[in-house]
Design a binder for this molecule. Structure first.
Ligand code: GLU
Length: 269
């Protein structure tokens, strides 16, 4: 096993990103409470074990659609902003309830690109996240979709989570996906497609494999995850893509079991 996987055992500051396709049922778009509860229990336990966790969660727009019974994602910016405003509260309510059950305190941090655009902005965001961690709480981060417009939007939470991980000096970023990791082909179409265990260099071949896809519910796909991997690894953060549907995966990967795809941080940074 490579040292990057071995080092996961001792990682202390960890960003965990969960996407809408992990949080919601694919068929109905409604929140998958069973999965959310297990995930939060795992995160709470990691926190109990002495880890500092920053939790980046999507799902605001999906939760807003759910609440209002909206079936198709609207096209206009204000409608999406409104759904995010409604859904973000719904999400936080659920997180507050589940985290409180396990004795954890959370704090909401909503960011846009403006909060990471230059060193001054990054420092202000970092100070806030650091203060929440210092209080022993778990920051719950999302893009501030209620006010974000194209000009200031990061646009997807894969990139947002990498920016946050770099900003706060995390050792590891774990992206929970609806697939086991990065494959060298499309496993849905090609039976010989193989899970890639480790990516040491993000070259044009890796970018080609990642393609441009995304799911009905989420914004990202492998493409934005590879963009995130570039940001993370060049800023000293090791990134992983693991399956968020497999209960216990977080604990396993952080015990250095070979799960998902690892992108070791670049040593020179
Ligand atoms: N920020 C969006 C939301 O909470 C999701 C962005 C993404 O799917 O990456 O709904």
């Amino acid at each position: 096993m490579g040292t990057a996987r071995e080092n996961l055992k001792s990682a202390r500051r960890i960003v965990i990103k969960v996407g809408t396709s992990t949080l919601a049922h694919a068929d109905t778009g409604k929140l998958n409470l069973y999965r959310i509860e297990h995930l939060i229990r795992e995160i709470a336990d990691l926190h109990n074990a002495g880890k500092e966790i920053i939790f980046v969660s999507s799902g605001a727009i999906a939760a807003g659609m759910n609440k209002l019974g909206v079936k198709v994602k609207p096209q206009t910016i204000p409608a999406n902003q409104a759904l995010a405003a409604i859904g973000q509260g719904v999400l936080m309510h659920i997180y507050e309830k589940f985290f409180a059950e396990y004795g954890q305190t959370i704090g909401q941090v909503l960011l846009t690109n403006e909060n990471a655009a230059d060193e001054h902005a990054r420092e202000n965001s970092r100070n806030s996240l650091q203060a929440i961690l210092d209080m022993g709480a778990i920051p719950i981060v999302n893009e501030n979709d209620a006010v974000a417009v194209d000009e200031i939007k990061i646009g997807d939470n894969d990139n947002l989570s990498a920016i946050v991980a770099a900003m706060i000096g995390a050792e590891v970023l774990i992206i929970l996906s609806d697939i086991d990791g990065l494959y060298n082909g499309n496993p849905k179409l090609d039976k010989s497609a193989r899970l890639i265990d480790e990516v040491t260099e993000i070259d044009s071949e890796i970018e080609r494999i990642a393609g441009g896809a995304g799911t009905k519910l989420g914004t990202g796909g492998m493409f934005t995850k590879i963009q995130a991997a570039k940001v993370a690894t060049s800023n000293g953060v090791t990134m992983l893509i693991i399956n968020g549907a497999t209960i216990g995966n977080l604990r396993r990967v952080l015990s250095s079991e070979v799960v998902g795809t690892i992108f070791p941080r670049r040593e020179s940074s």
